[in-house]
Design a protein around this ligand. Structure first.
Ligand code: NI
Ligand code: MN
Length: 228
């Protein structure tokens, strides 16, 4: 399975199916790829309603006929935008759709969708565990540190994407504690350096993660991939 970091919180998984998580490419100062560079996308996961996570969901779903996996409220919002293949779930729920396993996990954050200066209710924010080709990927979404992450150690995560930028989410020190609780094989930092309020040093994160000694830390530049 090939996993590509697209910048900010956007992640592309390519195996027997293709899954893109939080596909914020247009207007993403870190993105090196645009919608036109994407392979055919089977699934889009939207962790919460913020613009830097919904991103290009509508355009990608319409282009490829992708199924969007998200919470009920965002699902309804996207259906109104003309997306017909929406699989809605809620936190704690697990579902296998066309051979791909999705589980929504708790996230401490907001999920309002801003449109024309108004906020539309976007349900509760989530993280997601994705099971594909005998691999498990966890994408935390935007979240603060929560002791519930301990439960993710039971999911046998191969690769975990954790926000480290602070201000809106965990910072480096909190994300190190999260990595310790989740104990994935590989941890990849995300949601940093896109804008000033989330500036941080990913090398510091990886130094501290290596002190734990149980998981490997990999910094992926936007456009970089890893194979698992
Ligand atoms: Ni957010
Ligand atoms: Mn965000």
């Amino acid at each position: 399975m090939k996993i590509t970091f697209l910048g900010h919180a956007a992640v592309l998984i390519e195996g027997s199916k293709t899954v893109i998580i939080d596909p914020f490419l247009t207007g993403n100062p870190q993105a090196t790829m645009s919608v036109n560079d994407l392979p055919k996308i089977d699934f889009i996961v939207v962790t919460h309603g913020h613009g830097d996570h919904i991103g290009d969901t509508v355009e990608i779903a319409k282009k490829f006929g992708s199924t969007v996996v998200t919470n009920f409220e965002i699902g309804l919002y996207l259906q109104k935008k003309g997306i017909d293949k929406v699989h809605t779930m809620h936190i704690g729920g697990r579902a296998t759709v066309d051979g791909v396993m999705f589980k929504l996990t708790p996230a401490l954050h907001g999920s309002g969708i801003v449109e024309d200066g108004e906020i539309i209710y976007g349900g509760n924010p989530a993280g997601v565990v994705i099971g594909l080709d005998h691999r498990r990927v966890y994408h935390a979404g935007d979240t603060g540190l929560t002791k519930d992450m301990e439960l993710l150690s039971y999911e046998n995560i191969d690769v975990a994407f954790l926000p480290i930028g602070g201000n809106y989410t965990m910072d480096v020190d909190d994300a190190v504690l999260a990595a310790k609780m989740i104990s994935p094989k590989i941890v990849v930092p995300m949601h940093y350096n896109t804008w000033d309020p989330i500036k941080t040093d990913p090398e510091k994160f990886c130094e501290k993660v290596s002190e734990i000694g149980t998981c490997e830390c990999k910094i992926l530049k936007p456009g970089d991939s890893l194979e698992v």
